[in-house]
Design a binder for this molecule. Structure first.
Ligand SMILES: [Zn+2]
Length: 447
């Protein structure tokens, strides 16, 4: 375990820039990206014209609110209208060097994205902010535990490591057992994984008689793909299982890279890479702007994506912005307190109480005996909504369920204005395990 991570900046000039200068830089870049979209992408031109917006109206940063929002639905519809990529490319598809898409599970058409050479350089540069900022250096051996498919995942991280000069180990198509053996054999110092998979690897290692905390050289873990990286109890479990420091990051297919990262000071939140993005927080119902400390939907504008512009895109992520001064690292970049808190539409209303899966996870993970869990929402007798948490226990905790169910039920109720949760014991191995994005909530109320 590293006791203190080194403090460092990938791009010190911009990361430490006074806010006023940073905002002037954002305005300059915003104008450029909007001009380009208006003149090169028919989709954006039509959209802006319909909203009565012209690029020359951007006189200050506040004028960004004149630009209409873009949604994922709109993007998907546009790609269906004009297959494969929609009328939104700003240059010839011949110039593309990469294709990536959303996983397209649940039978939906995937969202398709093309990248140019410049896009791809930018994508790996964005990861540099996170990797260097968390103390990863050329002497590190970075192990990427992901599938290396069409889903963007840690692709950008891979190329970032090459820029850093770190040794990069790709592990697509390998089993968890195979990965663990390789992590030990090569002496990997850094792991990239989803929070769920970082825990899964520790479980599998323990079944193999390996204690990753003692037997591996891993001291840094870069987490992405789920909110767990900023859920304190989940993060603590991961850090203990590996005896390593874990950093939360988050990215998105539409941008092709990460957009927020946790620095080596581990502030319990993630810095927004504000010299490459404008992130706004809005009220998801009214679309109105929210300020520091208010919870709402993240809206992103990217300066780096050239092939397909991304302007005022509604991400559906639930966030709460706080000023850069709330972290001690010196960066002027604002933060999302607690990282991405979940999805705006993940919020469920149960008998008048708001429930977020990430908040339930934070409580469940406080219980050491729990190995895996799942939340189910049901409607009883057609009227009464019930919420049930199914838990699988670790082998040595088998006989503790009666006590645990009472304590867990009580903790869940306390965290949710007294709402009653049912707690059920699930058979070992019966709950799904996840390598990519975990889906631990099933809503059976409308089935
Ligand atoms: Zn910081």
């Amino acid at each position: 375990m590293i006791t203190e991570l080194p403090l460092g900046y990938w791009n010190p000039k911009n990361e430490l820039m006074p806010r006023e200068e940073l905002e002037a830089l954002q305005l300059k870049k915003l104008r450029r990206v909007v001009e380009r979209a208006y003149h090169k992408s028919p989709f954006h031109r039509t959209k802006f014209d319909e909203a009565g917006f012209k690029p020359e109206q951007l006189r200050s940063l506040a004028d960004i609110e004149r630009i209409p929002f873009t949604t994922k639905e709109e993007w998907l519809q546009e790609q269906q209208r004009h297959p494969l990529f929609g009328d939104m490319l700003t240059t010839s598809p011949d110039l593309a060097i990469r294709y990536h898409s959303t996983s397209g599970t649940s039978g939906r058409t995937p969202l398709r994205v093309l990248d140019s050479i410049r896009d791809w350089q930018w994508i790996s540069d964005m990861w540099g902010y996170a990797f260097y900022g968390f103390g990863i250096r050329s002497t590190d051996i970075v192990y990427l535990s992901f599938a290396y498919g069409a889903f963007i995942g840690f692709w950008g991280a891979h190329y970032c490591c090459e820029k850093l000069g770190a040794l990069t180990v790709a592990s697509g198509g390998m089993s968890s057992e195979g990965r663990i053996k390789q992590i030990l054999e090569l002496g990997a110092t850094t792991i990239c994984a989803t929070p769920t998979y970082a825990l899964r690897l520790a479980q599998v290692a323990s079944e193999m008689g390996i204690d990753l905390a003692k037997d591996s050289k891993v001291d840094k873990i870069i987490l992405s793909g789920e909110p767990g990286g900023s859920v304190p109890s989940t993060k603590r479990l991961i850090e203990t299982a590996w005896s390593a420091k874990a950093a939360d990051t988050a990215g998105m297919t539409e941008i092709g890279t990460l957009v927020v990262f946790e620095c080596s000071k581990q502030p319990g939140g993630t810095h927004i890479i504000e010299d490459h993005l404008i992130d706004e927080v809005i009220d998801p119902k009214t679309g109105g702007k929210l300020g520091y400390g208010e919870r709402g939907e993240r809206v992103v504008t990217s300066f780096g994506r050239g092939f397909i512009p991304l302007i005022r895109y509604r991400t559906g992520d639930l966030v709460e912005k706080v000023p850069g001064t709330s972290c001690t690292c010196g960066r002027t970049f604002d933060l999302y307190k607690g990282g991405i808190l979940g999805r705006v539409d993940d919020m469920k209303l149960i008998r008048g109480t708001n429930v977020f899966p990430s908040a339930v996870e934070a409580i469940v993970r406080e219980f050491e005996a729990v190995d895996e869990f799942q939340i189910a929402l049901t409607r009883e007798e057609g009227i009464r909504d019930e919420i049930t948490v199914a838990v699988e226990l670790k082998p040595s905790f088998d006989d503790q369920f009666p006590m645990l169910s009472v304590e867990l039920g009580k903790a869940l109720a306390e965290g949710h204005e007294g709402l009653r949760f049912n707690v059920r014991l699930a058979e070992r191995g019966s709950l799904p395990r996840f390598e990519l994005k975990a889906r631990r909530l099933i809503d059976k109320r409308e089935v």
